[in-house]
Design a protein around this ligand. Structure first.
Ligand SMILES: NC(=O)c1ccc[n+]([C@@H]2O[C@H](COP(=O)([O-])OP(=O)(O)OC[C@H]3O[C@@H](n4cnc5c(N)ncnc54)[C@H](O)[C@@H]3O)[C@@H](O)[C@H]2O)c1
Ligand SMILES: [Zn+2]
Length: 405
């Protein structure tokens, strides 16, 4: 038996934010990030709608990108005091993920962060509050997923919390919110979504339901992402749906080692002054992982199906895999994303000398590889991988060298 879980309701299309007017409850807490939702007027609108619904509203503002355990604990305390029956998380993956974790701690104040990280081990939520996620970036799809990614900055590691309990009750996918994204964010979140669909399609946990969502979203992202990046707002709106479909796929089919490596490299060099942004990390590692996974015959065939859906041509399975890798690299070029860590600048753009020096990378490599192996996403990768292979693969991701093992 397998389970397929999505939010109970999904409001989509322009103006979908106004669905908040129809919510029933006494108190709503609205969780947001650093200011983009306020700046563009969406926060005020949300508050207005919730008040129209007769609710008392409190704000929790300033959730940082790649949210920390400390922020989660602080937010939960505010919730424990205010006692909301609705948690409304608005913004990109960061504030929504942080609010999901706050929700767990609010429902179960004794829970520690370690408890939360036990995969599919959460107790029943919704005893105190329901959860609505309103996404403003087109990538993480956390508005429909069973995941939340929280960073432990003491360890420099991102931990995924995974459980269908944290799949939101309501998702609002309003493209108006995505239209204000700066180009770089469009690029990174868009390639994150592409990685979600591709990893979900080849995952060991794929099924007919997730395959349909994955393939359709892959085709949409191929057709729309670069144009959206270049300012086409019709495509921007379509991307908001495409990333959400990708999210529905991977929330149920899980992911693979592209994400394992992105999670474990993201904050691993934070002491050097920058993060390897999640979507950019995925975009760099995805072609390498495809080459690695395609050594498994069944997986190669599935990549070939993806290539066919993208209408890339090619006659044999091997040709199609190559064309898929080529197409993804072409997309990275069009989106100003580097091909490897060595060329990843502190501003995320391609540069001759990236912010991660070779000697630092090599010194930290064994630990990063071990952490990536232990990541929750590794278990559903279609080809098994050991420590030595993971180190080799990460080296290919650093130097942009061929994966021949
Ligand atoms: N829960 C999941 O299933 C899942 C999946 C993938 C990634 N993640 C996590 O999500 C986080 C990344 O989320 P993200 O990529 O959405 O970015 P983000 O939430 O970290 O936001 C990045 C920046 O963009 C700004 N921003 C957001 N929306 C905007 C808009 N519409 N207009 C202008 N600026 C806007 C924010 O203020 C912030 O400064 C990472 O922590 C990642 O690990 C979670
Ligand atoms: Zn992701």
């Amino acid at each position: 038996m397998a389970r397929f879980t999505l939010p109970r309701d999904l409001y989509h299309g322009k103006g979908a934010l106004s669905a908040l007017k129809t919510f029933e409850g006494k108190r709503a807490i609205v969780c947001v990030g650093g200011g983009s939702m306020k700046k563009f007027g969406f926060l005020d609108k949300a508050v207005e709608y919730l008040k129209e619904a007769g609710m008392e509203v409190k704000l929790f503002e300033g959730i940082e990108p790649d949210p920390s355990v400390e922020t989660v604990m602080r937010g939960a305390e505010v919730m424990l005091e205010f006692e909301p029956d609705w948690i409304i998380a608005m913004g990109g993956g960061s504030p929504i993920d942080a609010a999901k974790a706050m929700w767990i701690k609010y429902e179960y104040p004794e829970t520690t962060f370690e408890d939360m990280c036990k995969v599919f081990g959460l107790p029943k939520l919704r005893k105190k509050a329901h959860f609505c996620a309103v996404s403003s970036t087109s990538g993480t799809a956390t508005e429909v997923t069973a995941f939340s990614i929280i960073t432990d900055y003491k360890k420099g590691i991102k931990y995924p919390i995974a459980d269908f309990e944290i799949t939101p009750d309501v998702a609002i996918v309003d493209p108006d919110l995505a239209e204000t994204m700066p180009k770089k964010l469009v690029a990174h979140t868009g390639m994150d979504a592409m990685t979600h669909s591709i990893e979900a399609y080849v995952s060991t946990a794929n099924c007919d339901y997730s395959d349909a969502l994955a393939l359709y979203s892959i085709r949409m992202i191929k057709q729309d992402l670069v144009d959206s990046y270049n300012g086409d707002m019709v495509k921007r709106d379509r991307m908001h749906n495409a990333q959400c479909l990708a999210g529905m796929a991977f929330s149920n089919a899980l992911l693979g080692i592209v994400h394992s490596m992105a999670h474990k490299t993201g904050a691993a060099f934070a002491d050097l002054g920058a993060h390897i942004i999640h979507g950019a990390a995925n975009a760099m590692y995805l072609p390498k992982v495809i080459a690695f996974n395609a050594k498994d015959e069944t997986t190669a065939k599935r990549y070939a199906v993806i290539a066919d859906y993208m209408e890339l041509g090619g006659k044999t399975v091997a040709d199609k895999v190559k064309l898929l890798i080529k197409e993804l690299r072409k997309m990275n070029d069009a989106l100003a994303i580097p091909h490897c860590i060595k060329n990843y600048g502190a501003d995320s753009y391609p540069t001759e000398n990236g912010f991660v020096p070779e000697d630092v990378f090599l010194k930290r490599l064994p630990d990063i590889a071990a952490n990536a192996l232990g990541d929750a996403c590794t278990g559903s990768n279609p080809r098994k991988i050991d420590q030595a292979q993971m180190e080799k693969l990460l080296k290919c991701c650093y130097y942009d060298t061929e994966v021949d093992f």
